[in-house]
Design a protein around this ligand. Structure first.
Ligand code: DKA
Length: 135
């Protein structure tokens, strides 16, 4: 993943994000905002060697710090409290979010020089979001 550290990507296209959020019980107002913003995502590393994945938008700034393969507590931008684990598969980070109150979801982030492809899955819904490098 080292090649993709400190590289910023901005949302360029998004498919089925509203369906994805609906399936997770996200309310209408938050979905409306979520559908209109184009977050900028960046992967960095902290001093203690953790990965830090941040997402900044006019709706919300959020970041998670994690070690690969180690479960951590996460509060999602829409307020779900989940148990997350992120594993690496080549240039992909596979992020699983487990929750008692909502359905489990998986977010695959595939890093490439030309784009960051996010595939978000819950139940039978697959949402694809393409981020492009910020110059
Ligand atoms: C992204 O980083 C999307 C992350 C999914 C967040 C779930 C719901 C957010 C509600 C605004 O591109």
């Amino acid at each position: 993943m080292e090649a993709f550290i400190n590289k910023k990507y901005k949302l360029s296209s998004s498919e089925k994000f509203d369906e994805y959020m609906k399936a997770l019980g996200v309310g209408m107002m938050t979905r409306k905002l979520g559908n209109t913003v184009s977050p900028v995502v960046e992967l960095t590393k902290s001093d203690d060697g953790k990965f830090v994945l941040s997402s900044n938008s006019t709706f919300k700034n959020s970041s998670i710090a994690f070690k690969l393969n180690e479960e951590f507590d996460e509060e999602t931008p829409d307020g779900r409290k989940v148990k997350s684990t992120i594993i690496q598969d080549g240039n992909k980070l596979v992020h699983t979010q487990k929750c008692d109150k909502h359905n489990d979801t998986t977010i695959v982030r595939e890093f490439e020089p030309e784009q960051l492809k996010m595939v978000l899955t819950v139940d039978d819904i697959t949402c694809t979001r393409i981020y492009k490098p910020v110059q």
